[in-house]
Design a protein around this ligand. Sequence first.
Ligand code: TRP
Length: 334
Amino acid sequence: MENSEAKKVIFSGIQPSGNITLGNYLGAIKSWVKLQEDYDCYFCVVDLHAITVPQKPKDLRSKTLELLSIYLAAGIDPEKNTLFIQSHVPAHAECGWLLTCNSYVGELSRMTQYKDKSKKFGDSIGAGLFMYPVLMAADILLYQTDLVPVGKDQTQHLELARDLANRFNNAYSETFKIPTGYIPKEGAKIMSLQEPTKKMSKSDENVNSFILVMDPPEVIRKKISRAVTDSVGVINYTEEQPGVKNLIDILATIKGENPFDIVKNYENLGYAELKKDVADAIIEELAPIQARALELQKDKKALEEIYRNGAQKASYVANKTLRKVQKKIGFIPR
Ligand code: TRP
């Protein structure tokens, strides 16, 4: 760790609000494993974000530990990175409030994710969903983050984090590093297996639209065999065949190959062969992760030690930033 001063800081997180999908794994976690060598990474289980919608306490508990075990099983090393549970570092909630008082209702109302959700819920949309981008800004800014690996759906939230950081720096003095987005080279956006123009989502009502990291092999085979394709009958990598393209993307990401090279292997083959290979690849990729995650979930003591150490490392850095912010605002130092 002698080098950690010089390394750029990365922060990212996933909500423990449901089962982790192949999309979360291939789009985020798998690419994080590669980042840990070159960056000072903070990978968080963002449980404060998960409660923006109602959660059953029992499920929240088990999903939080499951997500942490998947991070570890996928190969994220708790010694090289800071792996922690968001609610264990109170600075997130505190800094969230301080930033809230520097945010405008107007800018938060313009968040497309919020607008989409408020269409659905109207006035009974939770206030947490409205404030959530500010909490996300606190997550990022507390660690003086350089780079934030996020999908397209989060770029507007990242933009808000940059705006809030600049606004605070201008109103007081240089306090926060201005973060930028980072699109990992290997990361892929995995789409729904049933509506391949939509992102694969754990909150989708149709269970055939996603594969879970913890799905058993026979379920994976069944879901892939039911994946929506098209009537073209030829395997191409094109937006015109989004279902087939998604299957190729899954295969390419798992194998670390170029999608166009993958297509060449299927010149005279049909969708059934492609689907068989995709299912085989997913099963082979996930099997060791599943085994390790289950093992970790049984060893509560080991998990506890990991998340406690993580929270301690994270708190140290987060509190340093938080104290600066409090002092500049005019709070009496404790
Ligand atoms: N909002 C992100 C999502 O729903 C999760 C998240 C919370 C996050 N805090 C973050 C991602 C900070 C990156 C950085 O996907």
